[in-house]
Structure formats: structure tokens, C-alpha cells
Design a protein around this ligand. Structure first.
Ligand code: URC
Length: 306
């Protein structure tokens, strides 16, 4: 019998996934006059037995992307948003266990944080957007095992000393002067993968883990006497692996935000490492994975895809 669901052409369908991207959901929880806010951007991506819709246009296995959007909002009401990771786990489990054709769900979440504006009196419902980093989470579930990768982006940090860069390769195109006291600045983009993969394991405390991981990263940045951004990156990653048992892999993408000393000689002034030109481009881009020994690297090299 010929299989009419697949066209008799030397063409086959490859990897495919679908869902609703960037569902912006804001959940207010009221505790009397004190309100709490969670502000997420949730992207749902589902895959499984989806050949027919591509080959023949049969939608019999397709849960509409519109429904996946509605599910995000309904779950925000029904389950609340305890943490980005917990919310993503609820959603991923729901899609895989409630729809037979869906074999894998990937939920990506960006979280924007708000800080309470403290005012005299009773009112506790005003917030100011925290200008710091965006928190990230990606949850993937295939019906038996979990992969949780958390992270952050746009966390801007700067050391005004304790950074050098010298002893590098010099060829006929090298003009960079060696630096024995420079500014080191970067916008941290980092991801870390948890070794929680199974419902039988005790689940990490996602919020506590995030805060501690961020603190280790920042402290390592501040405490490392840096001979290169590469060395600082490794210190940041290894500090996390050494201190957080629940994390097996960390990947960073760190732009080297160059600060060049301005030549003030034309004005008869000496620049004693005080006045810099903050260049926005080009920038060095330093990227690496730091891994618990014996574990597999799974975070993609290009963090812009995660
Ligand atoms: O920390 C640095 N690493 C480099 O690889 C590099 N290259 C460069 O020009 N400046 C720097 N700084």
C-alpha cells in the first residue's frame, strides 16, 4: 500500500516545532493591601507527531498556538507564578501529558523584575522596574526527563582597577598597548544547567538558587584580579560549580566593553588613568563553558539561540 500522507518526492520533513512565542503575562497576587507582581514573557514550543499537518494539511494533531497562549494565562490564574522555572515546569508537563501527539515541550521564559516603591501609610501596590538584569529560564520535557537551564542577560558590571592585559601574541598588525591597570566591564549573559532531570529527585529552590548563583558570579567578578576577561569568566563559572551542587554546567557570553584612555596631551593635561572613552563597538566577545568534571556540555555555544 502506498503511503499517501507522504508525498512521493525526494523531499522529507526535518525538525519542526510550533507554539506561541512571547506571551506577555503579568500576574498580580493580592495579600490584603500588599500586592505582589510577576512579569513574564513566555514562549511555548511543542513538537511530536506533526508530520501530517506539514505533508497533507491535516490539523487533527494540532493543538492551536492560540490555545497554548490561553493556557499560559489560565495557568497564571490557576497555579500562580511561584518562579519562572516552576511555571515553565507546570506548562511543559501539561502539554506533554494532556496531548498524545505532543512528545516534547520547551518553555522559554524571560522575567522582568519589579521593586516595590515604599511609601508611608498602607498603600503597597506601586512598583518601579528594576533596571538590572533580565532573568531567564528554559524548561524542556519529553515525558520522562527534564532539562532546566536558567540564566540572565544584560547584567552590566565594571571593575575600575585590578585588571591587566599583556603578554599576548604580537604580529605585524598588533597595535594594542599592554595594559597594567585598565577598566574591565561587561554585560553578563550567562546560562546554567541544573542536574535536576527526574521527578523522583528533590526539586531545587529555584529562587534561592538564582539569587545565590548571581551572588557567586558577581563576587567572583569583583574578587578576581584579572589578567584577561577569559580568566575572569572561568573564575565566575568555577565559583558557581564549586558552590552550587544543583548546577553542572555554566556558559557565559561576555562582551569586553572597551574603555580607552583619552589622550589629553594636546591640552597639556596628564591622563593618570582617570579619563576614558567608553566605546560601544566593536567589542571583544569572550565565550566559554565551565563544566563539572565528568558531566556533558549541553548548553548551546551560541547563547542568542537560548
Ligand atoms: O581580556 C582580554 N582578552 C582578550 O582576548 C583581549 N584581546 C584584546 O584586544 N583585549 C583583550 N582583553
Amino acid at each position: 500500500m502506498t503511503d499517501t500522507s507522504r508525498p512521493a518526492r525526494p523531499v522529507i520533513l526535518g525538525q519542526n516545532q510550533y507554539g506561541k512565542a512571547e506571551n506577555r503575562v503579568v500576574r498580580i497576587t493580592r495579600d490584603g493591601a500588599t500586592h505582589h507582581i510577576k512579569d513574564l514573557n513566555v514562549s511555548v514550543s511543542l513538537s511530536g507527531a506533526m508530520d501530517d499537518v506539514h505533508y497533507s494539511g491535516s490539523n487533527a494533531s494540532v493543538l492551536p498556538t492560540d490555545t497554548t497562549k490561553n493556557t499560559v494565562y489560565a495557568f497564571a490564574k490557576e497555579h500562580g507564578i511561584e518562579s519562572a522555572e516552576q511555571f515553565g515546569i507546570h506548562l511543559a508537563r501539561h502539554f506533554v501529558t494532556s496531548q498524545e501527539p505532543i512528545h516534547r515541550a520547551r518553555i522559554r521564559i524571560e522575567e522582568y523584575t519589579w521593586e516595590r516603591i515604599e511609601v508611608p501609610g498602607e498603600a503597597r501596590h506601586s512598583f518601579v522596574r528594576k533596571g538590572q538584569e533580565t532573568r531567564l529560564a528554559q524548561i524542556t520535557y519529553d515525558g520522562s526527563s527534564w532539562e532546566v537551564v536558567s540564566g540572565l542577560k544584560d547584567l552590566t558590571v565594571l571593575n575600575s582597577t585590578d585588571s591587566e592585559f599583556w603578554g599576548y601574541v604580537k604580529d605585524k598588525y598588533t597595535t594594542l598597548p599592554e595594559a597594567y591597570d585598565r577598566i574591565l566591564a561587561t554585560d553578563v549573559s550567562g546560562r546554567w544547567r541544573f542536574n535536576w532531570t527526574d521527578d523522583a529527585q528533590e526539586m531545587p529552590d529555584w529562587d534561592a538558587s538564582y539569587e545565590q548563583t548571581k551572588q557567586h558570579m558577581l563576587r567572583a567578578f569583583a574578587e578576581t584580579y584579572s589578567l584577561s576577561l577569559q580568566q575572569t569568566l572561568y573564575q565566575m563559572g568555577s565559583r558557581i560549580i564549586e558552590n552550587r551542587d544543583e548546577i553542572d554546567e555554566v556558559r557565559f557570553s561576555l562582551p569586553n566593553k572597551h574603555h580607552f584612555l583619552v589622550d589629553l596631551e594636546p591640552f597639556g593635561l596628564k591622563n593618570d588613568n582617570e579619563v576614558y572613552f567608553a566605546a560601544d563597538r566593536p567589542y571583544g566577545l569572550i565565550e566559554a563553558t565551565v563544566l563539572r568534571d565528568g558531566r556533558e556540555a549541553r548548553i548551546p555555544a551560541d547563547l542568542t539561540t537560548l
